[in-house]
Write a protein that binds this ligand. Structure first.
Ligand SMILES: [Cu+2]
Length: 333
């Protein structure tokens, strides 16, 4: 099929973004105006209380980006031969993902959610991931980290088969995991990716912790992304700003899983963050308000907001931001 024919059949990036909203609203130039439409806030912000070491688990559907944001799966803890085992159960599925009012996508996912659950352990634990492929065709799970070749997750797990990935949680840091079946671009951009957080043996100081994973969607299968998102849903955090508290330390586990576009930045408004590269340090190495990340690169960023109000965050590739990778912090006094 010729490229021209494909283009004429499918809406362009701008049409994807504005989707069902655009048609009825006569959008001219202001992205701001429509972002106000349908805006609502969920009241499930989870901020640590003084003296609290373990945050309550956010309630609700983890495919809701506001729930996903602060939802960490610590697995089922078992003791075997004096070691702590963290056992995770995940299931590959194929299901429809509604990206906006007009656009949906057949996603390949874990447990029905894009991104996949955020797995969390402490360095030195043993991680056991029981992977059941019910997606209809072969997938795998490839974890970044240090492990033997047979646990590297590049071999296909066929439909209706189970594979158990087991390895030591090392090194501490923020690591992606994803399907590694060719073409990997397609398997990742359709949703089979997530984050694994490995905490250092000495825990990091208390903070309001959140996960943000940047992803892209090649909706018309032209090997380019038409839509982008933080945590799966384009523009979700513009329509549902993330409540945070004034002067509260935010710890952001940030991962870039955008295929096709090799590099993005991440920028926060009206503030600076401290950078812990790959999450592999316990002291920051630099401060900035913008950081550059290739695909699969990740960082821990820490910051707090001095003044109440609403502040955008987004890649500073503004075409990507304007195609769904945009969000807002709502700082509450
Ligand atoms: Cu796959």
């Amino acid at each position: 099929m010729s490229t021209e024919k494909k283009i004429s059949k499918f809406p362009n990036r701008r049409q994807f973004i504005y989707g069902g909203l655009g048609a009825g609203l006569g959008i001219g130039g202001s992205i701001w105006a429509w972002q106000q439409l349908g805006r609502s806030r969920l009241s499930d912000s989870t901020v640590p209380l003084k003296g609290e070491t373990h945050l309550p688990k956010p309630q609700g559907d983890p495919s809701n980006p506001l729930v996903f944001l602060r939802n960490f799966d610590y697995g089922t803890i078992k003791q075997e031969n004096g070691r702590t085992i963290r056992e995770f159960r995940v299931e590959a599925r194929t299901s429809t993902l509604q990206l906006n009012n007009a656009v949906s996508l057949i996603s390949w996912n874990l447990n029905g959610q894009v991104p996949a659950p955020t797995l969390r352990a402490t360095e030195g634990d043993r991680i056991r991931v029981i992977f059941f492929n019910k997606a209809g065709h072969p997938h795998s799970l490839h974890f970044h980290g240090i492990h033997p070749a047979e646990m590297d997750g590049v071999k296909p797990v066929r439909n209706n088969q189970v594979f158990i990935y087991e390895f030591d949680a090392e090194p501490y840091g923020v690591h992606p995991y994803h399907c590694h079946i060719a073409p990997v671009t397609r398997h990742i951009s359709k949703g089979l990716y997530g984050m694994m957080v490995i905490d250092p043996p000495e825990p990091r100081p208390q903070a309001d912790e959140m996960v943000m994973i940047m992803g892209g969607y090649d909706v018309n299968e032209d090997h380019k992304n038409e839509l982008f998102a933080f945590n799966g849903k384009p523009n979700y955090y513009m329509q549902h700003p993330i409540d945070i508290k004034q002067n509260q330390r935010i710890r952001l586990y940030l991962l870039n899983m955008i295929e096709y576009d090799p590099v993005v930045t991440f920028h926060i408004h009206a503030n600076f963050f401290q950078v812990y590269p790959t999450g592999m340090t316990t002291t920051p190495t630099q401060s900035s308000d913008v950081i550059t990340m290739g695909t699969a690169e990740r960082q821990i960023l820490e910051f707090s907001y001095r003044y109440p109000g609403e502040y955008m965050f987004h890649p500073h590739q503004d075409a990507i931001a304007e195609s769904g990778c945009m969000g807002m912090f709502n700082v509450i006094s």
